[in-house]
Design a protein around this ligand. Structure first.
Ligand code: UD2
Length: 316
């Protein structure tokens, strides 16, 4: 029997790219999403594949999920469905706890019940907090500073506890700053590159909070999709937490000089007060995932930004 893989949050930014990567490797994928923050248009490519099954469902709907597990006998689950906004986790910590912790735990139990060995979970570099020494290594004591980060960390703990208790293969991936096509630029707290690209494309000035010297470990969604896929398919794996990052820090001023090559006539950036609570530098150590899966981000930042800004990085 062919292997089936479940992707929750399939219509999201990272989800839709991950589905495409798995389909590109010839796998059968069942993608579910409740379209709370995902968009069905993101799955336009995927839905043209005979190996893709689209299901409009909530990952928290236990009856619907149970039926899918019973029908498809998944070989692995990529659980990306989540509350993705840190500000929203402050506004509604109860909902954050439900979506980011409770549902992840339920999915882990469904995996155990239906003998699905592998669960790949979308965690976040946010679990490290701002006080950690750089680069962030998985061995560092996490210091979550938002309800969002706390729930992601708690879910990691539950899944790894089940891995130790019941033999589930739980791979918790801590994404750093992911960018690329289909990232929603609408909120002021959207990823900075989605906001900047949108504004440059419309000929509008961008706002830099602070002096532009802050750095991030930006990783392309195409590399992240491959990390997700390799984590789902790779052998052998060791349950644990793994950074998904490049190991390279890029400042916002560096980012702006690349945009200037692309949008030569763009108005100059406007600088304003740094955001309260903003982190100065964020950088991950990619070696653990590299050691386990030989995973390495291979799209250079400049290339990734050109593809994003010029619209050739995939269907938007
Ligand atoms: C990321 C997460 C955030 C939280 C945090 C924890 C995203 C989009 N944000 O925030 O939710 O998990 O990590 O570490 O994943 N900036 C500007 N102008 C703009 C928008 C942003 O200058 O129009 C700055 C911003 O102040 C920051 C940098 O750009 O210094 C990156 O901002 P971001 O929101 O993309 O990502 P980050 O790492 O601050």
């Amino acid at each position: 029997m062919a292997s089936n893989y479940l992707v929750t949050g399939a219509a999201g930014f990272i989800g839709s790219h991950s589905v495409e990567w798995l389909l590109g490797q010839g796998h059968a994928v069942i993608g579910i999403d409740n379209l709370r923050t995902g968009h069905l248009e993101n799955l336009a490519n995927a839905r043209s594949s005979p190996n893709f099954e689209w299901v409009l469902a909530d990952a928290g709907d236990e009856a619907a999920m149970r039926a899918l597990f019973a029908q498809y006998h998944f070989s692995g689950v990529l659980h990306l469905a989540a509350l993705v906004s840190v500000p929203e986790s402050f506004r509604d910590p109860g909902l954050n706890c439900h979506l980011n912790l409770v549902i992840a735990e339920r999915i882990a139990r469904l995996c155990l019940e239906f003998d699905c060995k592998r669960l790949v979970f979308a965690s976040s570099a946010a679990v490290y907090g701002s006080a950690a020494t750089l680069p962030n290594r998985e061995s560092a004591a996490p210091q979550p500073q938002s309800p969002y980060a706390a729930a992601k960390l708690a879910a990691e703990v539950m899944l790894l506890g089940y891995a130790a208790s019941f033999g589930l293969e739980a791979i918790c991936l801590r994404y750093f700053n992911v960018y690329g096509p289909r990232q929603d630029p609408k909120s002021p707290y959207s990823g900075v590159l989605s906001i900047f690209t949108d504004r440059f494309q419309r000929g509008l000035p961008v706002t830099v909070y602070g002096d532009g010297g802050q750095t991030r470990d930006f990783i392309s969604v195409r590399d992240v999709a491959r990390a997700n896929g390799q984590a789902l398919l790779g052998h052998p794996v060791v349950s644990g937490r793994y950074n998904v990052c490049t190991g390279l820090g890029v400042s916002l001023n560096d980012v702006l000089s690349i945009y200037r090559e692309i949008f030569a006539t763009a108005p100059p950036a406007e600088y304003s007060e740094a955001r309260v609570g903003d982190i100065r530098h964020s950088l991950g150590d990619p070696s653990l995932l590299n050691n386990m899966l030989k995973f390495q981000a291979n799209l250079s930042f400049s290339q990734g930004l050109h593809e994003l800004a010029l619209g050739s990085g995939g269907v938007k």
